[in-house]
Ligand binder design. Structure first.
Ligand SMILES: NC(=O)c1ccc[n+]([C@@H]2O[C@H](COP(=O)([O-])OP(=O)(O)OC[C@H]3O[C@@H](n4cnc5c(N)ncnc54)[C@H](OP(=O)(O)O)[C@@H]3O)[C@@H](O)[C@H]2O)c1
Length: 244
């Protein structure tokens, strides 16, 4: 598998220590949406088993069908958000900030100790009628820290993907060429998420530091949205001079 080989090469870099390389199955809460669906496509293409979650299981099944149509041999199913949250150890959360807390509260009963929640949320002012180029203040410091407070201490939250455009993920003809900062309090958890996201060709995971640094990574997205409007593109970020 070329993707697996390139992932092995990436993961042998000094950014992330090499761990077990068998692809970890993932669930995506909000896998019917722009980011979640693009991610489902890319991860399925990378050979991961994907569960798409939705408030409406029929919508999840329909989205899983579209992934299967787009990616030959994809292993993908659609379930309710609650069932998707229980289905895999790694749960990617891709829901607008407006519905962040209520959707997390709805899946908390399905989560069990030791699971990893990957929060992608940007608290855009647009979700409450403001500008897409502004973010809202979150009492806990960031959406990811709000997520950690809601899911409790037995489920670890890691944040990622704030700067990756859904439009690029969704168009499989577009090769990715960008970084994603991964923030979380445990380096082992960050590496686990990096191992999954690093399977997507052209997407380089970079250690962003502890979860509280999500306040920086979430704040970068409005800057990118402004760039995208000015340059008519879907800009990502790339850090230079990192080793490896
Ligand atoms: N779009 C991007 O390029 C991008 C990039 C980086 C980060 N993000 C972040 O990723 C998250 C998802 O963004 P998105 O653009 O993918 O959002 P989206 O397409 O607008 O919505 C994602 C999913 O959220 C669910 N949803 C919608 N309204 C809801 C409600 N009232 N209550 C509960 N669930 C609801 C829907 O799933 P069901 O109806 O199937 O339940 C929908 O498919 C956001 O936090 C965003 O900041 C997005």
């Amino acid at each position: 598998m070329p993707n697996q080989q390139s992932a092995e090469k990436r993961l042998s870099s000094p950014h992330f220590k090499r761990v077990d390389l068998s692809p970890e199955p993932v669930s995506i809460i909000g896998g019917t949406g722009a980011l979640g669906f693009g991610l489902a496509l890319r991860l399925a293409q990378a050979g991961l088993s994907v569960v798409i979650g939705s408030r409406d299981p029929a919508r999840a099944i329909e989205a899983a069908g579209r992934v299967a149509d787009g990616v030959a041999g994809a292993t993908v199913i659609g379930l309710s958000n609650a069932d998707a949250a229980a289905a895999n150890e790694m749960v990617i959360f891709a829901i607008p900030f407006q519905n962040h807390a209520q959707t997390l509260q709805a899946i908390v009963p399905s989560l069990t100790s030791g699971q990893l929640l990957v929060d992608t949320t940007v608290p855009l002012a647009a979700t409450v009628g403001g500008r897409a180029t502004r973010v809202l203040g979150v009492w806990q410091g960031s959406a990811a820290q709000q997520a950690q407070e809601i899911v409790g201490s037995t489920v670890q939250v890691v944040s990622a993907l704030h700067s990756v455009a859904a439009s690029h993920l969704t168009d499989l003809a577009v090769p990715l060429d960008e970084d994603t900062l991964i923030c979380g309090d445990s380096k082992a958890d960050r590496e686990r998420v990096a191992r999954v996201l690093g399977l997507i060709p052209g997407l380089r995971p970079v250690h962003g530091g502890p979860l509280e640094y999500s306040r920086y990574t979430e704040q970068m997205t409005p800057l990118l949205i402004g760039l995208n409007a000015r340059y008519k593109t879907a800009a990502g970020i790339r850090f230079t001079n990192l080793p490896g």
